[in-house]
Design a protein around this ligand. Structure first.
Ligand code: GRF
Length: 221
């Protein structure tokens, strides 16, 4: 199916590896009457990922492509691309997809590939972001939605939500408060893209024809 055949809605494929709470937020946003996008497929690299059940419950095509069945990253990514492209997506969304992607994959979806990362990028690329923010004594922490480029957690930032760090915060309490923000900013960024308001222009983001600051649109809490 193409976008035209899908009622003009932006077709989104979501890649997951785990529980899929961000996927759920996107499914819920897509179910609204005025939604500008539809989630047309969910793919997990982990067969047991709970997000696959969420997709099933919503009547969305869901499939696992187990990376352990492939000899190397390139072969796995090619199988993934083949499955994604069957759905003719306008946008590919990484929602807790815990795999490093090959340059070939990233180039193939350039300008239509988004990720969410639980830190105020460029701070804390990679893992254990909450513990690292606490160790550094940061007064604030947050989450970033960005376009994906070949640099890991390094593409142009679209939107960030910041929260204050409290004295008694732990990695778990921070993760919980940040997830609440994730479920707000990911549907927001996907809607902007779906409505044709958001574009990646070289290494910058444009929203409504204006370049965003390097730190993206910022939401304070
Ligand atoms: C989120 O914290 C996201 O920022 C990170 O992976 C986690 C996915 O959570 N990239 P979920 O599977 O959407 O619940």
């Amino acid at each position: 199916m193409t976008r035209q055949q899908d009622g003009g809605k932006c077709r989104v494929v979501v890649l997951i590896s785990g529980s899929g709470t961000n996927l759920q937020a996107l499914i819920d946003a897509a179910a609204r009457d005025d939604a500008s996008f539809s989630v047309c497929s969910v793919i997990s690299n982990k067969p047991g990922a709970y997000g696959l059940a969420r997709a099933g419950d919503a009547g969305i095509a869901a499939v696992a492509i187990d990376h352990r069945d492939y000899g190397d990253r390139e072969t796995f990514d090619r199988a993934l691309m083949e499955e994604i492209d069957c759905h003719r997506p306008d946008l590919v969304v990484l929602a807790g997809f815990m795999r490093i992607l090959t340059p070939e994959f990233v180039r193939h979806y350039s300008g239509r590939l988004l990720n969410i990362h639980p830190s105020l990028l460029p701070k804390y690329q990679g893992l254990n972001t909450h513990a690292r923010a606490l160790e550094a004594g940061d007064p604030e922490h947050g989450v970033t939605v960005h376009f994906v480029t070949e640099e890991l957690d390094g593409g142009p930032t679209i939107v960030q939500a910041a929260i204050p760090v409290k004295d008694d915060d732990t990695p778990d309490t921070l993760a919980r408060r940040i997830q609440v923000q994730e479920h707000v900013i990911y549907p927001l960024a996907v809607s902007w893209f779906a409505e044709g308001r958001l574009r990646m222009v070289e290494d910058r983001c444009q929203l409504d024809g204006e370049f965003l600051p390097r730190s993206g649109h910022r939401i304070e809490n």
